[in-house]
Every structure is written in structure tokens, then in C-alpha cells.
Design a protein around this ligand. Sequence first.
Ligand code: COA
Length: 233
Amino acid sequence: MMAAIACAEPYLSLHTTLRQSLADRLGPGIGIACTGVEGDPRRLYPEEFAAVSRAVPRRQREFAAGREAARQAMAQIGWAPVAIPSAPDRSPVWPKGLAGSITHSAGACVAVVCPQSLWQAVGIDLEEDQPMEPALWDTICTPEEAAFVNTQPAVLRGRWVTWLFSAKEAFYKWQYPQTRHTLEFQDVRVLLPHMGFPTNFRIVQARTGTTPGIRGECLARNGHLLTWVIGNV
Ligand SMILES: CC(C)(COP(=O)(O)OP(=O)(O)OC[C@H]1O[C@@H](n2cnc3c(N)ncnc32)[C@H](O)[C@@H]1OP(=O)(O)O)[C@@H](O)C(=O)NCCC(=O)NCCS
């Protein structure tokens, strides 16, 4: 029992820290829940459970944690609990008038929701703040981003790629409900900062090249990197 408490404690503090930091940055009117990843699949609505009925138990618990977090976040902004099924492409089907996003890491799950009268869409991504494996750098970075990463101190390069990865994942989740576009990492370009790890950034779809760039934000807390994009197309 003691061991379980000792293991859970860093995550409890992570959940509180992430929730508070996000709330400070996003402001009022937005529901935010940060929880663990051990949800209870028995609490899923039948139409939700259908998405994970054949998944391994760990994935079922992770999926259930996301739905529970989403309903906690909805309650904060006065929305009654309803089913949030998964579309065949795995994207969550939010109730009409609500935008939302779910992300999980090994120890935390984050859900953010807001009425679409405030913002049309939100995309959020949580990663462990660890260097990205070098074999993946060229997949994730455009040539311009890779050139930038190579100007950084060697010990930081892998973390820069993790940051670019997270920014692109958050952007993908933000744009998908609005456009239904599937994108590759090379389709998306992060406008790079002049110095240091940024707290906000601009990101464009390189395929069209003409978008002015939606603003994203990020924060690094307790060994995790949380990145989000919120706004209208
Ligand atoms: C959707 C995707 C970005 C999720 O990222 P991930 O690192 O696997 O996992 P996360 O925990 O951060 O997010 C998973 C959640 O994203 C949500 N999600 C899945 N597909 C989505 C989509 N198309 N649009 C918005 N949200 C989506 C789901 O809620 C999912 O959790 P759930 O299945 O438990 O409900 C990723 O799985 C994917 O499909 N990538 C392909 C596209 C891509 O990455 N292109 C390069 C970036 S531009």
C-alpha cells in the first residue's frame, strides 16, 4: 500500500500542477481536467466502450480515463455528462456546440473543453519531456526545422524535436475537427523562436503555405511537456 502511495504521489502533484498552470494560461470559460490514466472501463457509456471492446485492458483504462476527464472538464463549465463516442478515425465525437481535446502520457491524462461560441476547436498534447529518438528526427522535422535544431547545443537537440513533435500533434488535433485533413509531419511547419524554449509559437500548414499561422502555447512542468492550440480556423 505504501509503495502504491509513493508511486502515485509524483503523478498527483503533476496533475495538480498541470491543471493549475493550464487554467492560469487559458483563462475562464474553459473546462480542464488532469487525472491519472487508470480509468474504469465499466463507467463508459456503451457507445464509448464499443471503441475499445477488443483493446487490451491497459488501453481500455486509458480510454476510460480520457472520457472521465472530459466529463469532469464539461461539468466545470456547466455541461451535463453525455457519451463522447469515437469516430471510426478515432477522433472524439463531442456533443454539438462543444469543442474538446484529450491527451494521455504514461502517468497523466488531460482533457480540455470549451463552448464553440468561445473557440471552434482545441488541440492538446502531453509528452514526457525527454529527447526524441534520433531515428525519428527527419520524419518529424522539416528541413528548415532540422537545420534550426542543429544550431542548438547537442544536449538539447532531442528535446527540441520532442517539442516540435508535440506542437505538431496539438496542431493536428486542433485542425482535424474543422477541416478533416489528415496531415504528415512534413505538412506542418512551426515558425521557430529566436532563442530558448518558447512558451508560445506560431504554426502553419506548409502544404498551403498561405495561412497566417495559428498561435500555440506550451509549458514544461514536472518532467512533462504540455502543448496546445486553441482558436478558430
Ligand atoms: C491523433 C493523434 C495525433 C493522437 O496522438 P497520440 O500521441 O497518439 O496520443 P494522445 O494521447 O496525445 O492523443 C490521443 C487522443 O487524441 C484524440 N484523437 C484521436 N484522433 C484524433 C483526431 N483525428 N483529431 C483530434 N483528436 C483525435 C483521441 O481523443 C485520442 O484519445 P482516445 O483514443 O483515448 O480518445 C495521433 O494518434 C495520430 O493519429 N497521428 C496521425 C497524424 C499525425 O500525427 N500527423 C503529424 C502531425 S501534423
